[in-house]
Design a protein around this ligand. Structure first.
Ligand SMILES: Nc1ncnc2c1ncn2[C@@H]1O[C@H](COP(=O)(O)OP(=O)(O)OP(=O)(O)O)[C@@H](O)[C@H]1O
Length: 366
């Protein structure tokens, strides 16, 4: 079957549907679009630590990334994201702790390259064409030649398939890395900085694409050092700082659950302020021509103005303090949020560290 794509998104869920995940069976639920979700594709990291010489790259890290959701794995440069992803993929052996997929370490998965797709070690030979690169990879994991054409279509680089990757732009390389990750139709997709280097159209495309993959019940985990880069894509966020968990939970949780103020402007500011205070709202003064109001949502503010006969020239909800919360977490000004942490790590997520958590080479995260 050759997949048809509309705006880069597969026309049907079947276009990218993959085989069931090997490993533990687990409970099942459905996504908002009705796709089946199995905990067999859940990523769980518990008590994970890794040092390189004197550098403690990852320290007692624990989080869960759920199937059917896009999870952003965020932290500044050098905070341990790649090391963690490498441990999940069995490329780096943890000093302690576990990193599992459906409860099973990568190296023990029945068909690891089919269960998990990753862009982590995306190294393209500059003299190879995109198609040749994918063809070598598909032989390694044992999928059909036809699948190469399918993934080239899916990621929108079919036209460049027979050009050498040495001439690819960064955006094209990102798409090729994603194509490689999708070759085995995996239920779990790990992407290292997939948005970096994409143009605005590419960013819009990858956001829709990743959301589509999650809507099919897949687990999508993507790293980034910029919240702004991923905040329109992710459902959940994991923030790490100096190798330690700083936050795990939903975007709303990261925002801190704080009320978002309403910004309102009217020629009769005094009258509007009085009318709002009369219903218990707080008026916090002016931002230019605009008043900042809490204790009433935008609908209520509009209604109060209408009832007072005061025409409005502006009514909006204040931008959230999401970026500020994130920056405070990563520069250490905000303490790790126990509410967020509890959100992200269900009871029982912590497991005994197993000596065989990774069997592969001690190659390092780079
Ligand atoms: N193979 C290695 N040998 C020595 N130190 C390493 C190795 N891999 C990673 N480190 C160190 O571990 C720390 C975490 O690095 P890591 O690459 O995991 O961070 P990161 O969050 O992915 O950073 P970036 O966003 O810059 O890619 C850094 O101090 C890094 O220098």
């Amino acid at each position: 079957m050759r997949s048809t794509a509309v705006g880069g998104i597969p026309a049907s869920a079947a276009a990218c549907a993959g085989p069931p995940v090997s490993g533990s069976v687990g409970e099942s639920r459905t996504t908002e679009t009705g796709a089946a979700v199995s905990t067999a594709a859940r990523i769980e990291v518990a008590g994970l630590s890794k040092s390189f010489g004197t550098v403690q790259a990852v320290q007692d890290l624990g989080f869960v990334a759920e199937p059917g959701r896009v999870t952003g794995f965020l932290g500044p440069n050098g905070s341990g994201k790649t090391t963690t992803l490498s441990m999940l993929l069995g490329l780096v052996r943890p000093d302690s702790g576990t990193a599992t997929i459906g409860g099973v370490p990568y190296a023990d998965l029945e068909r690891p390259a089919i269960t998990v797709g990753s862009s982590l070690s995306a190294n393209f030979h500059p003299a190879h064409t995109g198609r040749a690169h994918l063809d070598i990879m598909r032989r390694g994991i044992g999928v059909s030649k036809q699948r190469v054409d399918e993934v080239l279509e899916l990621v929108g680089i079919a036209d460049a398939a027979d050009r050498k990757t040495g001439g690819y732009s960064l955006g094209m390389r990102q798409r090729l890395a994603l194509a490689a990750a999708l070759l085995g139709e995996p239920q779990v997709i790990l992407l290292d900085e997939p948005i970096n280097g994409l143009d605005p159209e590419g960013i819009r495309w990858i956001r829709m694409f990743l959301r589509h993959l999650a809507s099919e019940g897949r687990t999508v985990l993507l790293s980034s050092h910029l919240l702004s880069e991923v905040q329109q894509t992710v459902d959940d966020v994991i923030v790490i700082r100096q190798g330690r968990l700083a936050f795990a939970g939903t975007l709303e949780g990261l925002r801190g659950g704080e009320e978002r103020a309403v910004l309102v402007a009217a020629p009769d500011r005094q009258g509007l302020a009085r009318a709002l205070q009369a219903v218990g709202a707080e008026v916090h003064g002016l931002r230019g021509e605009t008043m900042r109001v809490t204790g009433a949502d935008a609908e209520r503010v509009g209604l109060v103005a209408l009832q007072a006969g005061i025409p409005l020239t502006h009514l909006s909800v204040e931008e959230s303090g999401l970026e500020e919360s994130f920056l405070e977490l990563i520069d250490g000004a905000r303490e790790p949020d126990p509410r967020g942490l509890a959100d992200g790590i269900p009871p029982g997520a912590v497991q005994d560290p197993g000596p065989d958590a990774a069997s592969a080479t001690e190659g390092g995260a780079r």
